[in-house]
Design a protein around this ligand. Sequence first.
Ligand code: GRE
Ligand code: ZN
Length: 321
Amino acid sequence: MQKITNKIALEEHFSAPRLQPSIKDVAFFDPEVLRAIEVALPEFQDQRLRAMDQAGISIAVLSQTAPGVQSIRDSVLAAELAHEANDFLHRRIETAPKRFRGFACLALQDVDRACDELKRCIQELGFVGALVNGSTNGAYLDEPQFAPFWHTLEQLDVPFYLHPGLPTDHPQAFRGHPELEGPVWRWTCDTATHVLRLVFGGVFDRHHTARLILGHMGETLPYMLWRLDSRAAVTTVGRGLSRPPAETLRHHVMVTTSGVCADAPLRCALEAMGAEAVMFSTDYPYEDIQVAANWIENADLPDDQRIKVCVANAERLLRLG
Ligand code: GRE
Ligand code: ZN
């Protein structure tokens, strides 16, 4: 098959100047890797576009990198920085409008204000959804104060990308093991747990049309569907759900391949979630965009599925056609 040169990628990061991650947020990185990331995050011209060209990516949906505004205590400052990041992104998208789209950065510290900002981003700035970096100061999105946020997503009919952020607590399981913090393992646990809080907390029973995107091949959840159903069916605690958890996950969740360039989890995601629910992404600049592109071009899957993953599913979801 010919190289697919119109790939769409959905977990591609930038940073607005005042939200550039601090050293302590990403202390686990090798200093040399960190320097390259610092240069790449606020850049939207030659380096990013050339990398996209080489990788055969026609459109990158850009998002403010973690932790972003999620761990800012002052809700007024957080809202101001989110607004600023969205304006910054909008101006950069206008420099290459055929190549870039945007996900809104939202300060959920103040839910009503975040809903207004989401409306502004979709209706005035032309963004295609929202991306939030994990819990907001330890508050998870199944909690009742976030109902207006889910309602606004449904009203605007846009998807919501839940990306890992910086957890605020410190589970004993990680004590004495700093190597397991961050993207190695802890973010995966935190994000997958966040999603299961949404499912078991009934968010998708109350918000029938809400759609969630997860990166990192679904943060292990596609692999767990059968067991979730089996064990949830025999537990006596918690509320009753209208559907088995796997059905809710299949109905409401799409996953991207960001940061996972391996055939076995890709095949698992395609089989567990369906060929319409998996979308290519690279996690630029944290991962090597060329490695990701070469991998998906050569991954062991039928060409009709490859087109769905690289182009068609994202085009349909984000209405890019
Ligand atoms: C990511 O977006 O996946 C990411 C970060 C910061 C460090 C590593 C990483 O946002 O993979
Ligand atoms: Zn990412």
